[in-house]
Design a protein around this ligand. Structure first.
Ligand code: GLN
Length: 200
């Protein structure tokens, strides 16, 4: 049976956990560090880590434009934490930080402050493929960003402290938290299914 080819941006950060999750969901995970590794991908994951470092490496390794083009092509994209920051149009207080800028949203980095570096909470996402309405999911936040503004094309799927932490804009699913750090693979499974459905 054909496996969905899912790229995981592997410049820095928590990419190994995503590779593991994709593999457990029956996908073929491809670690992406150079342009040629983007060829033939049917889905892409932008992991958590340090968005300043990832942004700088995207520029240095000539990946910013090709990754932007791939994300704009309509393949499913799952962005977590620093990945979400890279995807946003506006990074508040960091106007010069390199980004993909495809998600019509303004994000605040490290929005929970130093006293609450990381925490985990149960979240209920708005109806989403693979999740029954009312199902909750464990969300792990690590020096997490919060979204301060979303554009009209962006749907908020869940909030914390009244601000979006899970949003969707067409093929882009962006989360402030880390689903790859739990055993709950429902969001990765959505990606793999969606990638296969599109390539059929
Ligand atoms: N604080 C990081 C940043 O601003 C994101 C943290 C994470 O990805 N867990 O890039």
């Amino acid at each position: 049976m054909k496996k969905a080819r899912i790229g995981v941006l592997a410049l820095q950060g928590a990419f190994r956990e995503h590779v593991r999750a994709v593999t457990l969901c029956g996908g073929e995970a491809v670690e992406v560090r150079r342009q040629s590794e983007l060829d033939g991908l049917e889905g892409l994951i932008l992991p958590g880590g340090e968005s300043t470092v990832m942004g700088r490496l995207l520029v240095e390794w000539n990946l910013l434009e090709p990754v932007r083009a791939l994300c704009s092509s309509g393949i499913p994209v799952l962005a977590t934490c620093a990945g979400l920051i890279l995807l946003c149009r506006e990074i508040l207080d960091y106007p010069r930080q390199p980004r993909l800028g495809l998600l019509d949203a303004s994000v605040r980095r490290n929005a929970f402050g130093r006293q609450v570096d990381s925490f985990s909470t149960e979240l209920t996402l708005d109806p989403f493929p693979g999740l029954d309405s009312g199902d909750s999911l464990e969300a792990v936040f690590i020096r997490a960003p919060l979204i301060e503004r979303i554009g009209p094309e962006v749907r908020c799927l869940a909030c914390v402290q009244g601000k979006p932490v899970a949003v969707r804009q067409g093929n882009l699913l962006a989360l402030s938290f880390h689903p790859e750090l739990t055993d709950d693979l429902r969001l990765h499974r959505w990606m793999v299914h969606e990638a296969l459905r599109r390539s059929r």
